[in-house]
Design a protein around this ligand. Structure first.
Ligand SMILES: O=C(O)[C@H](O)[C@@H](O)[C@H](O)[C@H](O)COP(=O)(O)O
Length: 266
């Protein structure tokens, strides 16, 4: 790893020389969390997003992880999903299925995708209801300080505008406090209709990992992590602040190129 350290209040920073190195470290990190969670709770409840993240998780499908990870114990969720048919090129489910889930022995009934036959609003309500059922049975753990689900791991990407999941800058859903899953119909990134976990759910997770690569995101990484004053406090990525869980940033050198190195220790 090119550089790794702990930022004074923005979690762990893992900065990689290139995408290959990042992919190796990410696969190892996820495999370790899976093992710890299966040991402690018997299951691993993981939520993923769309975008380049899925490709960067690719090494999980290769040796040794394809054989060493306890795939049968994985319960897979989406931190956000585009409201399109599961067969559509824009579907985050399809992206994950083609790039990851079809290559490892996950249990099909543990793959918790959205209802793609209803409106965005109904899909969000259905998904929240579904997550609630799984919290009842503790397949998904529950937070000790609120009634929120406590996912073992939530994996996020970040856009160059600082959005995470489908939580976009200045959007009213950033203020959502009651719902676990909500919907938008005006996403600035296509397609417009999406469902998304809300901030209280993301911030209740045991582990949140944000994976960001490329120079076009360097400014947003700087605003999401460094002390840059009040202006950026409402940047969605900056609002990722797990209450009791652990936050880790997986960056490549280009995405990390505008970070103020003085604010974290090796
Ligand atoms: O459905 C989506 O659009 C995603 O979940 C979204 O939050 C994504 O993770 C970021 O936009 C980063 O995407 P890239 O890594 O492809 O830039």
């Amino acid at each position: 790893m090119a550089h790794s350290g702990v930022h004074k209040d923005r979690g762990e920073l893992r900065i990689h020389e290139n995408l290959d190195e990042l992919g190796t470290d990410l696969a190892e990190y996820i495999a370790e969390l899976s093992e710890a969670s299966v040991k402690e709770r018997g299951v691993f409840a993981i939520a993923i997003s769309g975008g380049s993240l899925i490709g960067l998780m690719g090494k999980l499908c290769e040796a040794p992880y394809n054989k060493t990870v306890d795939w049968a114990k994985w319960y897979i969720f989406w931190a956000d999903e585009r409201v399109v048919a599961k067969t559509h090129a824009d579907s985050n489910y399809k992206l994950a299925k083609d790039g990851l889930l079809s290559k490892v022995p996950v249990v099909p009934s543990h793959v918790n995708s959205i209802n793609d036959t209803v409106s965005a609003e109904e899909a969000a309500n259905d998904y929240e209801f579904h997550v609630r059922q799984l919290v009842k049975t503790r397949t998904v753990n529950v937070s000790d300080i609120s009634d929120c689900p406590k996912f073992d791991l939530i994996l996020l990407g970040m856009g160059s505008d600082g959005h995470v999941a489908s939580l976009f800058p200045n959007h009213p859903v950033l203020d959502e406090k009651d719902e676990w899953v909500t919907f938008i119909t005006d996403s600035p990134k296509s397609p417009p209709e999406r469902i998304t976990f809300t901030l209280p759910v993301i911030n209740s997770a045991s582990n949140v990992v944000v994976v960001v690569t490329g120079e076009s995101k360097a400014e947003a990484v700087h605003l999401a992590i460094d002390d840059v004053g009040a202006d950026c406090l409402s940047l969605p990525a900056r609002l990722i602040q797990p209450t009791k869980g652990k936050l880790a940033w997986f960056l490549d050198k280009l995405a990390a190129s505008k970070l103020d190195g003085s604010q974290f220790s090796e």
